[in-house]
Design a protein around this ligand. Structure first.
Ligand SMILES: [Zn+2]
Length: 219
């Protein structure tokens, strides 16, 4: 199945940002073992998270908005506010709980009834890009199995597809464009699923391990 990062809940500390003392969800992706990437937050933290992202962008000289009001308007309208990702060091987090173990993406998917479209980990420097959403006509009604998925119309063709929370987060934080898997297939972004034509983008398992080791040696 698709790669999943390690996700933990934690209390932020010593960042100097408004988020200090608040609970957040952060992820560690295999391509970036030295930092934690913001992964999510709960409603009570939304305001303080908006202020934190505003402040961190301003400090980094990456602020695209003229004012806090301007930023907050986009934030409240759920528009992308940046293509940067907020990251934390180990010492800036008091980890509460492992919410999701890392899933290293080494299984061959079985009898999937629809194209197995992968959502690849994105680097903090990634800009824009396209994220593919699963289609209702392939999955049927998911309100029981995925109550947090939102049924939306594909911005390209209008077909009904599901926006999952991570897609929404990436749209907010990295400005990705969303479209349904069919539009993605038409655009040549993905191929219909078959085990042979979906090689891992970073090569095979042995190569990925070697690359990971090389990165560790460097740091
Ligand atoms: Zn579409």
């Amino acid at each position: 199945m698709a790669y999943k990062p390690l996700v933990v809940s934690a209390i932020a500390k010593d960042t100097g940002w408004p988020i200090d003392g608040h609970k957040i969800y952060v992820a560690k992706w295999s391509y970036d073992p030295d930092s934690w990437h913001i992964y999510g937050w709960e409603d009570p933290e939304a305001e303080v998270m908006a202020k934190t992202i505003w402040q961190s962008l301003t400090e980094a000289g990456m602020q695209l908005h003229d004012s806090w009001e301007d930023f907050k308007a986009d934030w409240d309208a759920e528009k992308p506010v940046t293509d940067m990702v907020l990251t934390f060091k180990d010492e800036q987090l008091e980890i509460l709980k492992v919410e999701q173990e890392e899933d290293p993406d080494e299984e061959v998917p079985g009898d999937l009834p629809f194209p197995d479209v992968k959502v690849e980990p994105r680097k903090p420097t990634d800009k824009g890009g396209i994220l593919l959403l699963p289609m209702k006509k392939n999955l049927g009604d998911v309100s029981e199995s995925h109550p947090d998925w939102k049924l939306i119309s594909c911005p390209e063709c209008g077909a009904e597809c599901y926006e999952f929370p991570e897609a929404h987060r990436l749209q907010l934080t990295q400005g990705v464009k969303l479209m349904c898997t069919e539009c993605g297939i038409k655009a040549g972004l993905v191929k219909a699923y078959s085990p042979k034509n979906m090689p891992h983008p970073d090569g095979n398992r042995a190569k990925r391990r070697a690359a990971k080791k090389a990165r560790r040696r460097k740091s």
